[in-house]
Design a binder for this molecule. Structure first.
Ligand code: ACO
Length: 479
């Protein structure tokens, strides 16, 4: 157990963040249950109103103004926080197409031109020059680390890679054919039953340890879910490897043979993790924030995010892409399949195409497309029929009027599934890999929310369209 946090004991050594943030350290010492949460200092000041929209209520001719707030970049927002209190009105926006649910300083997306930045750095630059650990630090701490900070951060993460041995027994409660995402939801949620010393959300030190634990332990759980499904023994983490290498080894190594890590595959894995690390207020991140807004512990909140990510309209899309390609089967069948999509027959959609925010090429998809070709070349799978089919499908869809007029471009999941299949992951593991990468984004967003003094429990309202009040009918009088 030496040198690792499998049993939930926390490191006695101080981390860089602890050393450098006096305010955090002081607060940790004095933190009492339910004490006021301390800001880590990386969130900019709340935006102030600089203009207003004038609204006229046609029911009574009364006019009122709503303040307009300006962010650093991106569309301004209309501040409706006082709308109900002052005007008795709710807003109506199912699917949140026009609603900003929070202020955030982590990730910015301009979907119309295809821009994605983390803490101001373009995703293409990060994918080209950075590595996943550095991106994790950036998302959590707000700045790129110095060499010393990076080494310290990596040490803190690897310290937490092991799991309490009792957690391994959880797995035998699942059927061998359980979907690994079902296992992930269960086991990640169960972490809250093991690591009580990092569930006080009002203690900044506990928040940080929980964040490190989640980033470190989720890949171990993911690899175990895979090993369990194929009936192989669990492989313990090896902390001298990089995050991506360690994950590949825990997934594919067997005790009977030496496991050699292919550097091209490890680099591709690291890139996949970077490209999926965070994506602003999407469905799963908003789920994490919503769960966290009630004060739930971080392990439970991340389990909620994993559950949301599972759906085929979100993180399940990479798995759905491969299923779709298998269904199409051959290039000759593409036209017929596209016809089915366009006529909306059986609600068929071109999986891996379209995005709520990107109405242009997803910048992550361009990086992933290049990486996809590199991996297939390195693995000698250039003429892979699945890739050929995917490339043909992409070509036809991008020149088709329906997809052009609906601004439907390939998203990151269109290519990630192909790479993951070439590496040897079964399709059922694709979304699990997404969850491994996204854990840092969820954690950073959760932490930002807890440290936001304006944070309240998330509680949307509704436009009620059911019955008005009516008398209760006894059972013997019902028709
Ligand atoms: N194939 C065919 N038509 C589509 C597709 C698609 N993949 N996506 C959207 N459309 C069409 C819709 O039918 C609709 O057409 P209409 O205006 O003629 O009725 C129009 O485009 C708008 O569609 P919405 O469903 O309103 O778009 P929304 O923003 O709600 O959906 C989503 C975004 C869920 C990603 C959608 O594009 C989709 O289902 N794509 C396939 C699944 C997928 O790849 N998901 C991954 C998302 S990325 C991620 O999570 C990493």
């Amino acid at each position: 157990m030496k040198g690792n946090d499998m049993a939930g004991k926390t490191s006695k050594k101080k981390t860089v963040a602890e050393k450098s943030k006096k305010v955090v350290k002081t607060a940790a010492k004095t933190a009492k249950p339910r004490a006021k949460t301390v800001d880590s200092g990386i969130r900019p000041a709340a935006p102030k109103a600089y203009a207003a929209v004038a609204v006229k209520d046609s029911r009574n001719g009364k006019g009122f103004e709503l303040p307009i707030l300006k962010g650093t970049v991106g569309p301004d927002v209309v501040d409706i926080r006082k709308l109900y209190g002052e005007q008795g009105l709710f807003t109506y926006d199912p699917g949140y197409g026009s609603t900003g649910s929070t202020q955030s300083a982590i990730t910015y997306i301009d979907g119309d031109v295809g821009i994605l930045t983390h803490r101001g750095y373009k995703i293409e630059d990060l994918a080209e020059n950075s590595d996943f650990m550095e991106v994790c630090y950036l998302l959590l701490e707000g700045e790129l680390p110095t060499a010393k900070q990076k080494a310290e951060f990596e040490k803190n993460i690897t310290y937490h890679t092991m799991l309490h041995e009792q957690i391994a027994r959880f797995f035998s409660g699942f059927r061998r054919d359980a979907h690994p995402m079902a296992v992930m939801v269960g086991v990640v949620g169960a972490l809250s039953a093991f690591y009580h010393d990092s569930t006080d959300i009002h203690d900044p030190r506990q928040r940080m340890i929980a964040s490190h634990r989640l980033i470190a332990k989720v890949p171990t759980i993911a690899a175990m879910a895979y090993k369990y499904s194929v009936g192989q023994p669990f492989v313990y983490p090896q902390n001298n490897l990089s995050y991506a290498e360690n994950f590949l080894r825990m997934t594919f190594a067997v005790p009977a043979e030496e496991y050699k890590i292919d550097p091209v595959v490890a680099a591709a894995m690291d890139k996949i993790f970077i490209l999926h690390a965070d994506h602003e207020q999407n469905a799963s991140t908003s789920t994490v924030r919503m769960a966290g807004s009630s004060g739930a512990n971080p392990f439970a909140c991340i389990a909620a995010g994993i559950a949301c990510l599972w759906g085929p309209a979100h993180g399940g899309a990479n798995e759905a892409v491969l299923k779709m390609l298998a269904e199409i089967g051959h290039k000759d069948n593409i036209k017929e399949y596209i016809g089915k999509v366009k006529s909306k027959q059986d609600n068929t959609r071109l999986m891996g195409f379209g995005h709520r925010v990107y109405k242009n090429y997803d910048p992550r998809a361009s990086v992933m497309r290049k990486s996809c070709h590199e991996v297939l070349d390195a693995l000698g799978k250039r003429n892979d029929p699945v890739l050929e089919l995917a490339m043909e499908l992409e070509k036809i869809a991008l020149s088709d009027d329906y997809f052009i007029s609906h601004k439907l471009y390939p998203n990151v999941d269109f290519y990630s599934g192909i790479i993951l299949q070439a590496i040897g992951f079964p399709t059922s593991m694709f979304t699990v890999l997404f969850a491994v990468a996204r854990t840092v984004g969820w954690v950073a967003q959760w932490k930002e929310m807890i440290e936001d003094p304006t944070q309240r429990i998330g509680r949307p309202r509704q436009l009620y369209t059911g019955y008005g009040e009516r008398p209760y009918v006894p059972i013997n009088k019902r028709k």
